[in-house]
Design a protein around this ligand. Structure first.
Ligand SMILES: Nc1nc2c(ncn2[C@@H]2O[C@H](COP(=O)(O)OP(=O)(O)O)[C@@H](O)[C@H]2O)c(=O)[nH]1
Ligand SMILES: [Mg+2]
Length: 432
């Protein structure tokens, strides 16, 4: 029998209400001890909540969810206490003294839900993302995943793979005879190709999904003193970067998270690109370049409106050119101008960036939103490709379909996932 786990599932104290959640075999005993009797399942019940010695700790609402139809699949209870530090400390102290009870580890409630088959791995990931979501697009995407959209899709794919394999088995049974049904193998070929195309569509949408989840990366590049740090500050509306008129002030990378129209954007300030400078600055420049290689967009800043050098263009990352310090010079043609001394020009730039980000990340929330999911799905696609060759022996086709099915099994956590579980659940908060 497993331990009964408990945790403060609501946020920092003091708070209006504090929710303490429990899951495990001792839940009934705890509820009876504290409230005197077991309340009706799933109905909020007001009760005096007592410690083991009968002393009243608080008066609060109590919810009891009998397993297996609970979040974790075990008996679960929620105590809604007043969110005072002493109240919560007294209640957690009472629970900790009971035999078979211990504090939950990060993500342990969700892990139990997964292990008891209440949710699959993509739903667990969706729940983690939902709690971490900071922007509207992240919330929508996480909610879709947590609601089982990916699980349903993967289950549909797996069922169809199994059907296809059944067809091939039938084919193999016929193979001693002359009348191997050609229609059947044609049908199987079409079925495989369709599955592969659907998965490929989700994979390519997933590039967007990963950006929605992790933030679109915008790297600010330009010569020293171009006004990069000033603009990053102005866009973020707070002082994040050190601004001076000594060239080479920004020696490391500075990241700012922005919410642009509901999309997360990671704005990266870098050291100016130029030759020379001291060793530390040179390292800053190297990091800036390296970061730009993997960026989604480069903002190239130059106070004269000059184009970026060839090696920046050669990165193959889209570049938005900006002429900075527009308050100092006249109007420039072609290149967009901005000045941190002119809030309207900064707001215009924010609008422009927001439209750019929305056009790249907008649309229905993709299913794929992390590298792990992408890896599993890519493996399934690769296996299907190997099953598509002309005139392949039926055994080879069947084996590739099995591999594709295994890849989907790893995606949803049905098989072979012990090593990834730790890394997924440890990123949750305690009490989830
Ligand atoms: N007049 C004016 N000065 C600016 C503007 N943006 C930056 N500066 C000045 O240019 C200098 C260099 O700015 P900084 O942001 O540190 O440039 P970086 O080296 O590219 O990060 C500082 O003295 C800033 O005050 C601007 O829009 N107008
Ligand atoms: Mg700087």
């Amino acid at each position: 029998m497993s331990d009964t786990i408990f945790a403060l599932s609501s946020g920092a104290l003091p708070s209006g209400i504090a929710v303490v959640r429990l899951s495990g075999p001792a839940v009934r005993f705890v509820v009876e001890t504290s409230a005197g009797k077991l309340p009706k399942p799933r109905q909020a019940t007001l009760s005096a909540l007592r410690a083991g010695d009968g002393r009243v700790i608080d008066q609060g609402l109590l919810l009891f969810f009998p397993g297996p139809a609970s979040f974790t699949g075990e008996d679960v209870a929620e105590f809604h206490l007043h969110g005072g530090r002493a109240v919560v400390a007294a209640f957690l102290g009472f629970l900790g003294d009971l035999p078979g009870l211990r504090l939950a580890e990060a993500g342990e409630f969700t892990r139990r839900a997964f292990e008891n088959g209440r949710i699959d791995l993509t739903e667990a990931e969706g729940l983690g993302d939902l709690i971490a979501a900071e922007t509207e697009a992240q919330r929508r995407q996480a909610l879709r995943l947590a609601g089982g959209a990916f699980r349903e899709r993967a289950e549909d794919w797996r069922r169809r793979l199994i059907d296809l394999r059944a067809h091939i088995e039938a084919d193999l049974d016929f193979s001693d005879e002359d009348d191997v049904p050609d229609d059947l193998s044609h049908e199987v070929g079409v079925g495989i190709a369709n599955l592969r195309k659907e998965m490929e569509r989700e994979l390519s949408a997933g590039q967007r999904g990963e950006r929605v989840r992790d933030g679109l990366e915008v790297v600010v590049l330009g010569p020293p003193n171009a006004g990069k740090s000033s603009l990053v500050n102005a866009l973020a509306e707070r002082e994040v970067a050190i601004v001076t008129d000594i060239p080479g002030t920004t020696r490391d990378l500075l990241e700012v998270r922005l919410d642009l129209g509901g999309y997360a954007v990671l704005l990266v300030d870098t050291a100016g690109l130029r030759e020379g400078g001291d060793v530390i600055e040179a390292e800053g420049i190297r990091r800036g370049r390296a970061r730009a290689t993997a960026a989604d967009l480069i903002l190239w800043l130059d106070e004269n409106g000059n184009a970026p050098p060839q090696d920046v263009l050669a990165l193959g990352v889209p570049v938005m050119r900006l002429r900075t310090k527009a308050d100092l010079a006249g109007i420039s043609e072609g290149v967009k101008a901005v000045s941190v001394r002119d809030r309207t020009s900064v707001d215009r730039l924010l609008d422009l960036l927001t439209r750019e980000v929305a056009s790249r990340l907008g649309g229905e929330s993709p299913l794929v939103s992390r590298a792990r999911q992408r890896d599993c799905l890519s493996r399934a696609v690769a296996a299907l490709r190997n099953a598509e060759g002309k005139a392949l022996p039926a055994e080879v086709v069947a084996d590739n379909l099995r591999q594709a099915g295994d890849a989907l099994g790893r995606l949803t956590g049905r098989i072979d996932i012990e090593e990834v579980l730790g890394s997924i659940f440890s990123t949750f908060c305690i009490g989830k």
